[in-house]
Design a protein. Structure first.
Length: 72
């Protein structure tokens, strides 16, 4: 799902179909960079692929896991 969203809905500058506005439901977040909008999209989907090796807690974004790991 995430790959589909980033490839088909966000697009790429090189293919002239880049969209930096989130159109999920009533969300209207606008970003200035592709990686910002792709990171934002994670708040809308249930995937949590980043797992803490110590306590097995899961996170949507790698930076959230990194912040959590500092608590151990």
């Amino acid at each position: 799902l995430y790959v589909h969203l980033t490839n088909d809905h966000v697009g790429r500058k090189s293919t002239n179909n880049l969209c930096l506005t989130c159109n999920w439901g009533s969300c209207s977040v606008v970003t200035v960079k592709r990686d910002h909008i792709t990171s934002h999209l994670r708040v809308h989907i249930p995937l949590k692929p980043h797992n803490c090796e110590i306590c097995q807690k899961s996170f949507k974004r790698p930076q959230d896991l990194k912040k959590h790991e500092k608590t151990h």
